[in-house]
Design a protein around this ligand. Structure first.
Ligand code: SF4
Length: 412
């Protein structure tokens, strides 16, 4: 029997026969999975438990009505803008608390830890905000070999317990579709892991082959829903094609992670509301939003960074609108707010973290933006990763229940 803020419940402790009364544990799907020190337990509880001391009578009625409305219907554009505009501390607290409550009601305390291997810093594109853009030159660029990529994933999965890995690169066609397919196959032969591809704009035929080889998801942002803004900061690319890619990937049955940048030049709160609505209408399975961070030697190097508070509001609103969607706290938010950004993101509706698994010797050369955050990951790795096969099954169930409902996913 365990006791938490929601009362007492019976838990299966077959995996931990030495448990005794007074121990702190982590449990998932009613199975005890980890003993936790009291100090760590307090830190975890502070993250997970929604704040309950907000005096709702202090809230503006219109604001309260919007928070209530999200339980029965989607939010209108002007309601999203109203939430984005608020700077009132009580309203902000209520928004974040509501998002956290919805996260807990729909996902319980199922937090995920994923890893990312950045395997090539070469890119043929010239996005105005990105330090990896083609015109930044070749100095310090790197490409990992197939065996290095497979080895990095194997270590992360078989030694550390990661269950979902993103393979990311610039748009680098040195790696042909067939090479990527071989890499995916090699990984799937050696590891029980979900593979997400973040390899940019290549043919949908190529994405189909990668899926057949064992890739489960894609990480592919649309960056902004303003066609004009998108086209102006992505020379040679087109907003309509970007969206067509996302629709094509979704139709193929990929688990789609997508989202946008906050703080792009000319972006307004109305525009951000449109970005959120676009994300929802695309039916993304994982929301990825982060602040723009200026990078040296790019056309936007002098622009101010996007702000953390707007990013947190977007995470919270996304949770109100997409209760079951996975929402990772992005490294960019951690970069501008460090450890506090991670804590705030998770207590505002976020439910997963993405840790960098790129081999140390390459990390400094993957400079999408400067001073990328490499935070304290020990506690999360200690408690959030399980090597047991059962935990892979649990993640599969959580991630793909939507697909199962639609009859599109047969398991891997
Ligand atoms: S954002 Fe992606 S596609 Fe654009 S330059 Fe950077 S790595 Fe290349």
């Amino acid at each position: 029997m365990v006791k938490d803020s929601r009362g007492e419940k019976e838990i299966n402790a077959m995996m931990m026969p030495d448990l005794k009364v007074g121990d702190w544990i982590l449990y998932a799907s009613n199975i005890a999975v980890h003993k936790v020190s009291e100090e760590d337990a307090m830190e975890i509880l502070a993250l997970l438990e929604p704040k309950s001391h907000i005096d709702l009578s202090l809230l503006d009625k219109e604001f309260l009505d919007i928070l209530k409305a999200c339980h029965t219907r989607g939010l209108e554009r002007d309601e999203i803008i109203r939430l984005l505009k608020t700077q009132d501390p009580t309203e902000l607290e209520a928004l974040f608390s509501e998002a956290n409550t919805i996260r807990q009601a729909n996902l319980k305390d199922f937090f995920c830890i994923h890893g990312i291997v950045e395997f090539s810093s070469y890119c043929v594109r010239n996005c105005h905000y990105c330090g990896l853009r083609r015109d930044s030159g070749d100095a310090g660029r790197y490409r990992m070999s197939a065996s290095e990529i497979v080895g990095a994933v194997e270590d992360a999965v078989n030694k550390r317990g990661y269950k979902l890995i993103v393979l990311q690169s610039g748009d680098d066609f040195y790696y042909t579709d067939d090479m990527l397919v071989d890499i995916i196959r090699m990984i799937k032969e050696r590891c029980k892991v979900f593979i997400f591809m973040s390899v940019g704009e290549r043919s949908l035929e190529g994405y189909k082959k990668m899926k057949a080889a064992g890739a489960s998801g894609v990480l592919f942002r649309f960056e902004t829903s303003s066609r004009e803004l998108y086209n102006s900061i992505h020379p040679g690319q087109s907003y309509d094609e970007r969206i067509a890619y996302l629709k094509g990937m979704k139709a193929m049955g990929y688990y789609v992670a997508s989202g946008f940048l906050i703080g792009l030049p000319g972006q307004t709160l109305d525009g951000i509301a449109d970005d959120i609505i676009t994300m929802k209408s695309l039916g993304v399975n994982m929301v990825t939003v982060g602040p723009f961070i200026p990078s040296a030697d790019t056309p936007l190097s002098e622009r101010p960074a996007g702000d953390a508070m707007t990013t947190l509001k977007v995470i919270a609103i996304a949770r109100l609108l997409m209760p079951k969607t996975k929402i990772p706290v992005t490294t960019a938010l951690e970069t501008i707010e460090s450890e506090e950004g991670r804590r705030l993101g998770l207590s505002s509706g976020g439910n997963s973290l993405m840790f960098n698994l790129t081999p140390e010797r390459y990390r400094d050369f993957y400079r999408i933006y400067p001073n990328k955050y490499h935070g304290k990951e020990e506690m999360w790795e200690k408690y959030g990763l399980f090597k047991e096969a059962l935990s892979y099954k649990m993640l599969e169930k959580k991630m793909f229940e939507v697909f199962e409902e639609e009859g599109k996913y047969s398991g891997r």
